[in-house]
Design a protein around this ligand. Structure first.
Ligand code: AMP
Length: 281
């Protein structure tokens, strides 16, 4: 397994691999790897000649009051996990190598990115789209694998690839969870033990929504209230949003007819957590 930190070296390696006919599967991450990330690596390993994992805590997708500087990092552990998982190359550049000091071009998705996390994290998806476009240019992937945990991100990346004709296939992998149902996330490591105990309220809220939906409830208001009541049982949880939106447009719905994404974001004192489920009629 190789590690490259220099974007120019990364790009020439990738161009050469593609020139000789190798496929490249990219798994973009911010590191502090867990089984959710590794499930995506496994998926890439199953069909790519070469698997590249990028590890880059991207400063431009964090707001001024967000957790860029305290985002968990553990290079040695990440490297060992990648080696065990059969990764061929880690691309781990420094922020200064990725962004010119006077960089003035970015990628903006103007519709989906205004909803859900985009409403509470202004500029977040501009940072995400820009870095993903740059990672695609630098690692020249045949396909890239993203987790359904970040449902809005996945939909925005698919839209970016469609609207900019980027020749990269976007593959998705299901949400990997802890045994109590909490979606795995690098940020879970920051939860204190009392917060960790209550963090299962996100999955419980989604369970409540899914069972009410299975019993025939089709009113978005009723489903949303059921989710909010479940989260209210966790005293340390403060809801950012609980929304039921069209799975494609991310526009709010009042009745569940076409597939609907039920997405939620909840603040705990030490971390903001997200989770989601798709309701299909
Ligand atoms: P991150 O390092 O949090 O930016 O995530 C990198 C990639 O891993 C993204 O495509 C995420 O959606 C995906 N991912 C993160 N957590 C999970 C999880 N619990 N299950 C599946 N994929 C995940």
């Amino acid at each position: 397994m190789r590690t490259l930190r220099d974007p120019a070296e990364m790009q020439s390696w990738a161009l050469e691999q593609r020139r000789v006919g190798h496929s490249i599967g990219l798994v973009p991450t911010m590191g502090f790897l867990h089984d959710g990330h590794l499930s995506l690596v496994k998926k890439a390993r199953a069909s790519a000649d070469l698997v590249c994992v990028s590890i880059f805590v991207n400063p431009t997708q964090f707001g001024p009051n967000e957790d860029f500087s305290t985002y968990p990092r553990d290079w040695e552990r990440d490297e060992a996990l990648c080696r065990q998982a059969g990764v061929d190359l880690i691309f781990a550049p420094a922020p200064e190598a990725v962004y010119a000091a006077d960089a003035s071009v970015s990628v903006v998705e103007k519709r989906l990115a205004t909803r859900l996390c985009g409403a509470s994290r202004p500029g977040h998806f501009e940072g995400v789209c820009t870095v993903v476009a740059k990672l695609f240019n630098l690692t020249q992937p045949t396909f890239a694998v993203f987790g359904e945990k970040d449902a809005q991100q996945l939909r925005i990346i698919r839209r970016m690839v469609r609207d900019l004709n980027i020749p990269v296939e976007i593959v998705s992998g299901p949400i990997v969870r802890e045994s109590d149902g909490l979606a795995m996330s690098s940020r879970n490591a920051r939860l204190r033990s009392d917060e960790r105990g209550q963090a299962v309220c996100l999955r419980r809220a989604l369970d409540t929504v899914e069972s009410a939906f299975a019993r025939g409830e089709r009113s978005a208001d009723a489903l949303r209230s059921a989710a909010l009541a479940e989260i209210a049982r966790a005293p340390l949880a403060r809801v950012d949003y609980v929304d039921l939106v069209d799975d494609v447009t991310l526009e709010p719905v009042s009745r569940i007819e076409a597939p609907v994404l039920c997405a939620l974001a909840v603040h705990f004192p030490s971390a903001r957590l997200i989770d989601n489920a798709v309701l299909k009629g």
